[in-house]
Every structure is written in structure tokens, then in C-alpha cells.
Design a protein around this ligand. Sequence first.
Ligand SMILES: [Zn+2]
Ligand SMILES: [Zn+2]
Length: 364
Amino acid sequence: MQTIKAAVCHAFNEPLVIEDVQLAPPAAGEVEVTLDAVAICHSDISYASGAWGGFLPAVYGHEAAGIVTAVGSSTDGFKVGDAVVVTLIRACGSCPSCAGGQPTICETPYDTVKGPLKTSKGEPLEQAMACGAFAEKVVVSHRQIVKIPENMPKDVASLLSCGVITGVGAAVNAAGLRAGQDVVVIGAGGVGLNAIQGARIAGARRIVAVDMTEEKLAIAKEFGATHGVLATSKAPWKVAYKALGGRGADAVLITVGAIPAYDQAVRYLGRGGKAVMIGMPHSGDTASYEPVILAALGQGLIGSKMGDVVIQRDIPWMIDLYEQGRLKLDELISGRWSLAQINEAIADTKTGSAKRNVIVFDRG
Ligand SMILES: [Zn+2]
Ligand SMILES: [Zn+2]
């Protein structure tokens, strides 16, 4: 066991507390990563507000990048000194979902309360989302990490762990967009901007962004949206039809957690279109739709977790796109903060205007 600093949640809706915690050394198949950066995601905020329940105390944080500083046995070629991104996708590699090429829905349970973290008193501490990355170091499965170029800035790389793969993957993998199709993206936040980028990369004909403010629609256009529609319009789907030459979309990507977005999503669809649920509403929230319309028009409604990615395949692809200037990452960062400022960074993210706030660790 070693002692590290982490931001710990002791009570939902209370500020996180920076304190000493204990971290176990990596077991077989695990690596220790000393973090340089961790981005703040709305999922961290939902957990910290109690939206999805879970054990307390807990350490959240799951969009990280750093350097491998220790390895257990059988870690598949990873070695001390490797620059990596850390994801929450702790896939076993051998269950039917993993073996079938869908590691984001791995069926093998992992007990996050019995993970490598303990409080300074040696009591249980949840390693939330199998990461616990609001901390100086993490111990995770080697299947959760992917090597990145040594010279890639870690704050930029950390975005690849969740928001970017979820958005781009939803467009390319989950919606299976092909060149020439029309897309509506609901929400132009951290995931939505990446869904827009994914649609652009997939060769979409028209990409309509839907959000609450003109400011966010303007940002959406910088990321590739061809049209913007205010969600506050009386019937925003009708405005979208106009942008799409009078027809509905081939795919609607719902990247927010607000229920009205789910209730309305199918209205934007054309014949044969698919609505992809990507955002994470709070547990217990429900949406409604008219099944007869989906049946009559041959439409689909699907969920997508983490962009249905295979990180070992998709993250190197996205790094190449970034280096070729085809995927914007730097522009997604709206602020850099220290671990001590984490509650301020979370408050700023909650205002909804921030793209991604990133905690940068001072290793000096
Ligand atoms: Zn996330
Ligand atoms: Zn599995």
C-alpha cells in the first residue's frame, strides 16, 4: 500500500475532500498509472450528486492520461514509462460480449468497493467506474489503457478516454453512419460536439445541431455542424426538417440527459431512421413515444454505451485523425485546474457552458 492524494466524496451533493488515501500495488493483469491529467465528465457529477446511487466514500474521475509507473504480471507488453490514456472500460476479454467484439458491455462483474483503494484508516473506498482517477495515481486493468505517443499533451489525450470516444463512436459505430446521410445531434456539449465530429468524419451530408443557446450552436458549427436549431423553438424538429430539405434524419444522436430530448428525439427521424441514446439520464427517469410510428416508418431506437468502441482499435485511429488535423481535441478544453481546485472546476462544468474542464497534476 502507498499513500496518495485523492478527491473523495463522503456525502452526495457535498464538496469533494482532498485527502490521503491508500492505493494497493498492481495485481496480475493490472498496471499503476501516475496521472498527468483527468477531465471532468458529467457522469462524475451525476455520481457525486447521488443520481445513480453507489457506495460512499468514493473516488470518481474516469477520463485520465499519464505514465505507467508499475506493472503486475501478464500486462500484455505494457511497461514502466509508457504514456497511456486510462478508460473506464474494464473488459474481461472473454465473456460473450467481449468475445463478440463489444467490450463496452462486458458481462463480467468487477467489485469497485474491493478494488485497490482504501481510506487512510484502511476502510473500504470505492474506486468508482473502475478508475478512481480524481487522484494522483490509479491502479487499473491493462485492458483499460491504450498507449499514446510520448509527445502528445496529456490534457488533450485525457479527452480520448470518454467524451471523444463516446461521441465519435456513437456516430461511426452505433449509428453506423455512411457517407451522404443526414444527422441530427441533440446537445452540443462535451459528448455532442464529438458526435458532430464523428458525423463529419463519417461523411454526413447535413449535420443539424440542437441546443438551448445560440452560443452553443455557434460552437457546434466550429466542430462541423452545418445547421443549428434552438431547442427552445416551438417545434424544433420542424425547423430541422427544413434544414434537411423537408425530410427527417437518418440518425438522431441524443447526447444529453434531459428527458424532453428523449421524448422528442423520434420526431426528428425520417423513414428508416435510428435514434441513438447516448446521454445518461438519472436512474428512474422515463421517456415516452408512440410505438406505432416507429413500426409504420421502420424506425429504430437503440442505446450506445461509450460509443460501442474497442479502445485498442479506435483510440489509435482517433489519435491519427487528431495528428492529421481531422479531429479537434485542443478546442474541447475550456479550462485547466489543479486537484485542489476540483470543486470549483466541477461548479464551472455544472453551469453548462464549459466544454471540458481538465485537472492537471503538478508532479514537481
Ligand atoms: Zn465520462
Ligand atoms: Zn467481458
